[in-house]
Design a binder for this molecule. Sequence first.
Ligand code: M6R
Length: 611
Amino acid sequence: MCGIVGYIGEREAADVLINGLTRLEYRGYDSAGVAIVNGSLEVRKKKGKVKTLSNDLAGNVLRGKLGIGHTRWATHGPPNDINAHPHTASDGSFALVHNGIIENYTSLKERLTNQGYTFSTQTDTEVLVRLIEDVRNSTGLSLGKAIRQALSQVQGTYGIAVVSNDDPDMLIAARKGSPLILGIGDGEYFLGSDAAPIIEYTRKVVYLNDGELIIVRRSGFTVYTVDNIALDKAIHELEWDLEQIEKGGYDHFMLKEIMEQPASIQNAMRGRLFKKAPYVVLGGLFDVIDKLKDADRIIICACGTSWHAALVGEYMIEALARIPVEVEYASEFRYRNPILRKNAAVLVISQSGETADTLAAVKEAQSQGIPVYGICNTVGSTIARETDAGVYLHAGPEIGVASTKAFTAQVTVLAQLALMLSNRRNVLTDKELKNYTKHLLAIPGQIQQVLDGAESILKIAEIYRYANNFLYLGRGPNFPVALEGALKLKEISYVHAEGYPAAEMKHGPIALIDRFMPVVFIAMNDSSYDKVVSNIEEVVARDGNVIAVTDAPVGHLDTLCQHVIRIPTTTELFTPLLSVIPMQLISYYIAVLRGCHVDQPRNLAKSVTVE
Ligand code: M6R
């Protein structure tokens, strides 16, 4: 949701900014812009991708060693040149980029308009710029102090970066609800919404917290609280490396990330899952596992794909550890005044660790005195830092907007959590635990087998590339996989798709079936197999086209269905880790065949940092 970069040092700022914006583009790609200080303050901004901006800059170079940049995911005002960031002061003295939403911008704008300020854009951000000007004009405060005072009048969320023509040795940034990281180089500093634009220059970073404002000069930086108290900030080391955030020869990040899954799942289990007792040790939850095991209810909050992983987790934790689990959309949780009893525990799942709705759920639970545990991929992310304890996925950076390897890593961590809780609660016998562990350890190799068959999935995608609607059906732990398959297709192919529990089909969706409707069934050879096969028969009887994903031996399904995608067999609860792979590949290939922009689908952004 909008990417911010900033640079101060001795390099050409434009190079660092364009490079950084390109790496951050997955956060938003409606427009991009930069402001560079070099005697004067020059702003260049363009509707469209970063490439459009960089082409423009190539023809008309901007020189300067201090600057800020922005890639936008539009909230207020359509994507066009004028609404693109940076936004500048009326006298052109400073420029500001913003990620987040100024919720009280209407009342502020009205007040400022009455005072005589004029606005040329439809953005909430320009209101913040005018507000800073107003504070400066009325108080004569320095820019840093005026920013702090203006921000105290703002409701909503922000990550901002500001440069000024009056001070060519100063970069200012502040955050509330929208992440910002400062990369520390040798006499130079790099600002980023996340680590992607920083990693190739330095691994030393400082994470800004909500309410903090930073003033960066070439000689050093100071972080202040809202009350203007200087803070001593810890310097952290970034885990990820440059190679991980590059495509590595693949056409798209999404394909790279799909193909990485044998390794990313291995990483999510490394040092945690053992062939012998105690079988699972999730270090990040070790100190709180007794509290978690005694919870009378675990509520899992998440959004999108992470919510689907949570649903799989519900099946696994209830079956293996016998603790009641509820899965909530994080976006709904805080607004329905949730009843959280003393013995409840809240678990949040987020790849980015920055999703505003999920963060709001964390705060809601904590405000009721309930411990919140996190499952996050991004090390040092806000949710990872705000939760009481948690586990990292170690899946490596996920850049493709459509989440793939994060989903399988989340399910892998949830499977391990279920086993760890089961062990602590003595639900499973040692033999059963050993068996589940054996199955989980085999998953990476089995995923590789599914990936090796990608060519046959491409052929199926070629057949259905023009279909306008898809239905995805599965039962038990594969019902969330049906939802995930439908979400993947919608997101990147813009094809309407719905996921349902297979048995629900007869309660409505069956009316949609005709010869134009491809129906993807997850028909695993498990406790629900016969029932799912009956549902397939019902679709076939109505001329629907069935694509079945199964581990059943060659036989009835092959005569019944148009297409059968075979995947290896594992224990029922872990089948989502295998059955989701064909879902990812079908949507990827259909998107490519339809000419869609796979890694940057329209209207979406990778991390949704606004409510
Ligand atoms: O970073 P998070 O896991 O919190 O993100 C949650 C959703 O925004 C995310 O899963 C989204 O649905 C993806 N685009 C799905 O592919």
